[in-house]
Design a protein. Structure first.
Length: 388
């Protein structure tokens, strides 16, 4: 009777695979990737703080490729801590697990946990990509780099588990149960550290100066309502496509909320007049802001406001727009270069920077700054007084 043949396939049985040393190259690669993830996440932490302090980053390239816009959005903070800090923590955990598995060799049971952490990093990356695309409308190059690292880390962690993902994770769970006391102690220490981080992390993004006196709007900008109505100050840029969309939303809001006073102020993302912008994201936006100021001086702010946003694609000269809406063109051209117009625009930009505005459109309500979206609380219809 012939003897059964011994399997020589690379995979073999799960039991046999579990006895083989974990692929050291895959674990080493996972460690390198985790360290790279720590480095890029730390850079994002620094960028987040600098963006809220008014600095312009190297990747503020355009309206849609703009790390600063992402960093100053309300989605950049989770549970009171910048998302980038969570990235540092996640990649640090992955690095520790990869190093432990490398040090322990075949006895190391951290590979399943590494796989779980890497999978969580990929899931978080997918969620953040959705937020960037759909909710913020801008991409951060450093964030994209972190997402790519997360995907590569998951692939390396999977290769480090030749017995399969399920058996590797099950083995780690069994090891945790076998050392229940140590596992609980580690969990309690970790939970306490996270609670302390959430409680004590400095909330520099929430520090807002008192709102500056808003420039008095002309009748074209919206007459002040009677009584103690709320005021919404919008800082905008005529070259910003998101501001053009917001312009339509504000027009509808004026109709729905007659009790709300809406004031337009200017924050062009153009280094020609904005000291916070180190690279012009919207070249020519300063001139367009001055054109709106000069149209307001002739009592035609609303008409010029509409014309400037509608002109984003055609980019007709300001003088052509002025003629279309019936302005005194020579008077407007003289106004564009006047020192008074420059002072008006500089005051808007200075007040925006004091408040913490870094992107457009931004809205200020009672000293609070909202970037990108109209505060949801203002979208509800006005409350009807009791008894009516």
């Amino acid at each position: 009777m012939p003897l059964p043949k011994t399997s020589t396939r690379p995979g073999g049985s799960p039991a046999a695979a579990a006895q083989r040393p974990a692929p050291r190259r895959a674990l080493a690669l996972a460690l390198v990737l985790a360290i790279a993830g720590i480095a890029i996440s730390a850079s994002l932490v620094r960028l987040h703080a600098r963006a809220h302090a008014g600095y312009t980053s190297f990747c503020a390239i355009s309206e849609t490729v703009n790390c600063d816009r992402v960093a100053t959005s309300r989605y950049s903070v989770l549970l009171g801590v910048p998302v980038a800090v969570w990235g540092v923590l996640g990649y640090s955990a992955a690095a520790a697990l990869a190093a432990w598995a490398l040090a322990r060799g075949a006895a190391g049971r951290a590979r399943g946990a590494l796989l779980v952490v890497a999978g969580a990093a990929v899931a978080a990356s997918i969620a953040l990509a959705f937020v960037s695309k759909v909710l913020i409308g801008a991409w951060c190059l450093l964030c994209v780099g972190s997402w790519i690292i997360a995907g590569a880390l998951l692939a390396a962690a999977r290769r480090a588990c030749p017995e399969g993902a399920g058996p590797a994770i099950a083995a780690d769970v069994a090891a945790a149960r076998a050392h229940a006391g140590r596992t609980v102690a580690i969990a309690l220490v970790g939970a306490g550290a996270l609670a302390a981080l959430i409680a004590w992390y400095p909330r520099y993004w929430a520090t807002r100066a008192a709102p500056p006196p808003a420039a008095q709007p002309s009748a074209a900008q919206g007459a002040p309502p009677v009584g103690g109505a709320r005021v919404l100050v919008e800082f905008s840029d005529y070259e910003c496509p998101f501001c053009a969309r917001a312009h339509e939303q504000l027009a509808a809001l004026r109709v729905a909320r007659p009790d709300l006073r809406i004031v337009r102020r200017h924050f062009p993302l153009d280094e020609a007049c904005n000291p916070a912008v180190k690279r012009s994201i919207h070249p020519g936006a300063c001139e367009l802001a001055r054109a709106a100021i000069c149209a307001d001086a002739q009592g035609r702010f609303a008409a010029m406001d509409d014309a400037l946003f509608a002109n984003q694609a055609a980019k007709a000269p300001v003088s052509v727009l002025a003629a279309r809406i019936g302005l005194d063109v020579p008077k407007l051209e003289a106004c564009l270069s006047s020192s008074e117009t420059a002072r008006h625009l500089a005051a808007d930009i200075a007040d925006a920077l004091k408040l913490g505005v870094r992107a457009t459109p931004s809205y200020v309500v009672e000293g609070r700054v909202f970037t990108g979206e109209i505060p949801p609380e203002l979208l509800a219809p006005p409350a009807v007084p009791a008894g009516r």
